[in-house]
Design a protein around this ligand. Structure first.
Ligand SMILES: [Zn+2]
Length: 301
């Protein structure tokens, strides 16, 4: 047995080590899971990279082409906060393909997690906030168009609001977007999710978990989704470089346990993507991202 972990070798690329997004964290997470396979048994699945036509389920053709060809302007790339390279193109395509594979696997087995993904600031015709293509939105559309799913809940617990996802699905009643985030952080101009749970800076484990327990089961029961895509951002962590919450490691583990349990007891397939997490210590970051896999083993292995 074991849980499904979706990973592609192209998730590892060379990247400016001074960049706030430590691109080596995805490889470090895969290594951590391999090294701890006795306690986190995982079946690793390698996804196919996303094709342009798959990305076109939520993105403008011209934007897709310009990114793939390296013809975006300097100011467009600045807004995205990424350093373009052919390796980045491969990485982004494999991460989006990875989230689609994670959705397929979750619908098959109940749970699957991508070791990357969660590019929730990516919009229809532009990227932003380190996000190029909105893999979560692509995965949701794939489920609706091709996998016989009629209602999707996107549950976004990254410390930043999922503004791209909210805008992409503003007119689509089949997708309910719920974002639980800091009221004071990026993006400056928030979008309207179907449900925004705005939390104050410095919120700690007890208050955070109490709000989660009060709000999220209610949303799930009212909606009865056939698929949950969960963005398990660990930038809620107390020492995160870009976050402002005071959530401990134990608090993150508890969050993952509760969300997975919620899905499990209702028999709702859950596809997990990693989302944000910004520490200088990449191994510590990989450990934080591994907590959702640890919680999954308790419920699904
Ligand atoms: Zn974030």
């Amino acid at each position: 047995m074991g849980i499904v972990a979706v990973h592609h070798p192209d998730y590892r690329i060379h990247w400016d080590p001074e960049h706030p997004l430590k691109m080596t964290k995805y490889g470090a997470l895969a290594d951590y899971l391999a090294q701890h396979s006795a306690v986190i048994p995982a079946n690793r699945v390698c996804p196919k990279p996303a094709t342009p036509s798959l990305l076109a389920k939520v993105h403008a053709h011209q934007y897709i082409e310009h990114f793939l060809n390296g013809t975006l302007t300097a100011s467009e790339l600045r807004r995205m906060g990424v350093i373009w390279s052919p390796a980045l193109v491969k990485r982004v395509l494999s991460a989006a393909g990875g989230t689609c594979e994670t959705v397929r696997q979750a619908l098959h087995t109940g749970f699957a997690a991508n070791t990357a993904g969660g590019a929730h600031h990516a919009h229809f015709d532009h990227g932003a906030g380190f996000c190029v293509f909105n893999d979560v939105a692509v995965g949701a559309r794939l489920a609706l168009d091709e996998l016989d799913v009629s209602r999707v809940l996107i549950l976004d617990c990254d410390v930043h609001q999922g503004d791209g996802t909210a805008r992409l699905f503003a007119e689509d009643d089949r997708v309910f977007t719920c974002s639980m985030h800091s009221e004071r952080l990026y993006p400056g101009r928030k979008a309207n999710s179907d449900k925004d749970i705005e939390l104050p800076p410095k919120i700690g484990d007890e208050a955070y978990l109490a709000i989660l327990a009060e709000q999220v089961p209610m949303i799930v029961d009212a909606l009865a989704p056939e698929l949950i895509i969960y963005i398990a951002g660990v930038d809620v962590y107390e020492n995160d470089n870009l976050g402002n919450f005071s959530i401990s490691e134990q608090g993150i583990l508890e969050r993952e346990r509760r969300i997975l349990e919620l899905a499990k007891v209702r028999s709702i397939p859950i596809a997990v993507v990693m989302g944000g997490g910004y520490l200088d210590d990449v191994n510590h970051l990989a450990y934080l991202h591994s907590l959702v896999f640890q919680a999954a083993v308790e419920h699904y292995a």
